[in-house]
Design a protein around this ligand. Sequence first.
Ligand SMILES: *Cc1c(COP(=O)(O)O)cnc(C)c1O
Length: 413
Amino acid sequence: MTHDPSQAYETQAVQTAIPRGLGQSVGVPIHAAAGFQFETLEQAQSEFQQNTGLSYARLQNPTVRALEERLNVLEGGAATVALASGQAATLTAMLSVCRAGDHIVSSSSLFGGTAGLLNNILPLMGISATLVPNTPEAVRGAIKDNTRLVWAEIIGNPAGDVPDLGGLAAVAHEAGALLAVDSTWAGAGYLCRPLDHGADIVTHSLTKWAGGHGSVMGGSVTVGSRHDLSRNPIFTEGGEASILNVRGDQALAWRQRWFGAHQLGMTLAPHSAFLIAQGLETLALRLDRECQTALALAQWLQAHPAVGQVSYPGLPDSPWHAQAQKYLRGGAGAVLTFEVEDPARFLGRLGLLRIVPNLGDNRTLVVHPWTTTHGRLPEATRLAAGVSARTIRMSVGLEALADLQADIGQALA
Ligand SMILES: *Cc1c(COP(=O)(O)O)cnc(C)c1O
């Protein structure tokens, strides 16, 4: 199906990957199948050599493919692989360009699970990481000869920081490394398309705003078309048989599917792919409303006498405001944090708002990151990620502003 890059996000979100023609379903069909047919031995043999089509659903499934096509269009990517969770996407992206002896520089303002992979899992494979504040200067200072990847989040969890993507890309590329951006909080290309600002890889937890209804888990890795792999030995060694020589400009995309789906089996189920594809159709509407409500709440909380530090990149006095203006369009996201004197009392008194360690749901969710999402990290790492013992993280949903204010107000009283 052809796609017109001049069309708006909202149009692409509802029109991409819908079949057209007599009797076709108006929606993404669910293919509940583990295997796909060949008509000849030659077809099967060729498919097993190339792995580019449909054979076995661990590798590819038409419903998952439809979601991948839609995500790819929305991110402006060259290729996308959808996987079972955001965590699966993060691991896949990292392993696609790093092996034993290699090094990653990451922003320290990070989703707890990503910090967990960098601190606990990748070292088991001989891959090391340095976590630094997310400025190009700090990242440059941490880069080593064996650095293959720079990692950042837009928008950082939970500090709400908005990194200088262009600056980070320049520093990474100067060192022969790639820039990967976890863009979960920017909502599947809606608030920001990191590839347009120099990133090479974009990952998502589709569990959040893409799914949108708190009903499904998924993740994705999208690669752009301009990356330079010529200084990474994984891709260049082996002469004629090198990955770069054999796979050409598909090399990076091929590694994502090969690791995440084919080899590690972190495959997205077709029913989940359907729910996420459907969620994407209303993402723009939902995020527009949530960004408006989040800004209004952040301003209201700032003026509330029982509330300490409020952090939201849409606030004019946020240290991230200028970069949010530069890199985010249409709003500064649906998440804010604020400090309260007694988090246990505050959370215990809430009636409408729910305590849930999730984001991007239609319902407003709150959590105490210090004891939950970031609780397993060393104290210094938590503080570096913008989490104090008094911080409440709120993912703003679709409820009316007045109802949210009423519930928060009575819990603060
Ligand atoms: C939730 C989240 C993840 C992990 O995604 P899962 O779907 O929970 O595995 C990664 N990055 C960010 C920014 C997230 O919010």
